[in-house]
Write a protein that binds this ligand. Structure first.
Ligand code: FAD
Length: 277
């Protein structure tokens, strides 16, 4: 089957290039380029990425003025006075057809440096505060926004076993653990979010295991364009009461929790190929 080239942007958050993550990243870049795709990587540790959002992120500030993170971000974005490192990452996001966030699961979340990338790059007016905000339309978000039409996927390594992250596993379901990232960080500004690719039980990966990791990941990378996204409900698609932004009472009646924001009518059973044990 002919594959159309895509622009793939990998945001990589691991401090050691000779780590498993480093090897997986190198495999992914090679594999994607061999398939004809353009690939750009932001290696956050190697770039010395500044992870703290602070007053220095706006190059033009009024002396003595109180720092307001959202307001400053909004002004800097609108006036073109953001720090150059932030603007460059936004440009890479605009360039990309597919964005991959790659990181080791640290304390059930992303490493702080990657969270700091999100805090700073997701400026007000770019990733949030987009579109009309009124009692009838609460912004272009959750399925709409600046990054709509692009796809995103998490590529995560975890020390725990897959069973530890199953629905009854002690760590809690992986879909719940990743929900704040997949729904809150990726779906919010408009991405279509592909099921995550999680590599479990990393301490047990030997050479043969690494080959299997690459085979499974290669299949995911080959189907980035065709894989069905997680069917999160659109904020402005009629499923939510606005401005309360609660799910309509007739949808998922009696249920609550993260799962109600996935439209089960269009959900397909979890693809077992999304994980490597
Ligand atoms: P590495 O340590 O670099 O390698 C892992 C294994 O892969 C090694 O045995 C290595 O030999 C092997 N390997 C095989 N082939 C290669 C190759 N070609 N190149 C390099 N290595 C190879 N886990 C959880 O499940 N949940 C948590 O909440 C969690 N929190 C954590 C918090 C912290 C602060 C830390 C440090 C770890 C935590 N972990 C947690 C574990 C963590 O997720 C894993 O250590 C991490 O995913 C492993 O990825 P790595 O790239 O660092 O692997």
């Amino acid at each position: 089957m002919e594959r159309l080239p895509m622009n793939v942007f990998i945001v990589f958050a691991h401090p050691e290039p000779r780590s498993l993550n480093g090897a997986v990243r190198d495999f992914a870049v090679r594999h994607l380029r061999r398939a004809g795709h353009e690939v750009r990587v932001s290696d956050l540790y190697a770039m010395g990425w500044k992870s703290e959002l602070d007053a220095d992120d706006n190059l033009v500030r009024m002396p003595g003025q109180r720092f307001d993170p959202s307001m400053d971000s909004s002004r800097a974005y609108a006036n073109g006075t953001q720090r150059e490192d932030i603007a460059r990452e936004q440009e890479k996001l605009r360039w990309a057809d597919v964005v991959i966030l790659q990181f080791p699961l640290w304390w059930f979340s992303m490493p702080a440096i990657l969270k700091g990338w999100v805090d700073r790059v997701y400026a007000c007016g770019f990733a949030y505060g987009v579109g009309e905000h009124s009692d009838t339309h609460w912004g272009d978000r959750y399925g709409e926004g600046t990054l709509a039409g692009k796809r995103a996927m998490l590529l995560v390594t975890a020390g725990g076993w897959e069973s530890h992250y199953e629905p009854r596993g002690i760590n809690g379901p992986i879909d719940d653990i990743l929900f704040p990232i997949q729904h809150g960080i990726l779906y919010f500004p408009g991405f279509d979010v592909l099921p995550p690719h999680v590599i479990y039980r990393t301490d047990r990966i030997d050479e043969a295991g690494f080959t299997r990791v690459c085979e499974a990941l290669g299949e995911r990378l080959d189907s980035l364009r065709e894989t069905a996204p997680i069917p999160f409900r659109k904020q402005n698609g009629g499923d939510y009461v606005i401005p309360a932004l609660t799910l309509r009472p007739d949808l998922a009646p009696g249920r609550s929790g993260f799962g109600i924001h996935v439209d089960q009518r269009s959900a397909s059973p979890r693809d077992s190929q999304n994980t490597t044990r």
